[in-house]
Design a binder for this molecule. Sequence first.
Ligand SMILES: N[C@@H](CCC(=O)N[C@@H](CS)C(=O)NCC(=O)O)C(=O)O
Length: 198
Amino acid sequence: MTGLKLYYFDLPGIAEQIRLTFRMGNIPFEDIRISMESWMTEHKAKAPAGTVPYLVLDNGSVLCESGAILMYAAARAGLIPTDPVHGAYAQQALDLLASLTPIMRRFYMEPNNKEEICAAMKARCVLIDKVIGKTLSADGYVAGNRLSYADISVYSWTKKTLPFLQHDLGREVLRECPALRRVTELVEKEPKIQAYYS
Ligand SMILES: N[C@@H](CCC(=O)N[C@@H](CS)C(=O)NCC(=O)O)C(=O)O
């Protein structure tokens, strides 16, 4: 079968934002969920940078790095701001959110250290919230007056990835982070997002 194939683990992590962006753009893709057991033996060697997510394109070429894959999905979905300043706001938010990934990895590598890791995650989110709070539009989007991939990334972290790591973490972050909360509430009202989880 040809078509887009997205490889990731069976969890939200840093791929959920990509899945949701494809969904928002009605772009079909195969959502391939790799089991942790088969990762080292079958898949790691095939991943261009030895990590997931990676995306196999229609022409057979393979993209790695979640940010690059998200950009591809957002371009196809029409979710990249066209205004240069708004584009920079969106990229700024994405880069800041990507700085949560190394903290997320610690959840899996240091299972006995969860309290400290949760605190580090929350502290980082509060900082990100302050920066994003300065770029929010009057309507509450990260970049300009319409939805972009940056809003989807915020939602994906606060409502899916953080709660998956630790049940209350997403809720606590949303309580302490007014800008992230505002964006999350907007994205959660999107009919296609609601349909995806129904
Ligand atoms: N900068 C990379 C980070 C990718 C990454 O750390 N992926 C993790 C899962 S979230 C992974 O592949 N872990 C398995 C491994 O490193 O063997 C990206 O954004 O795609």
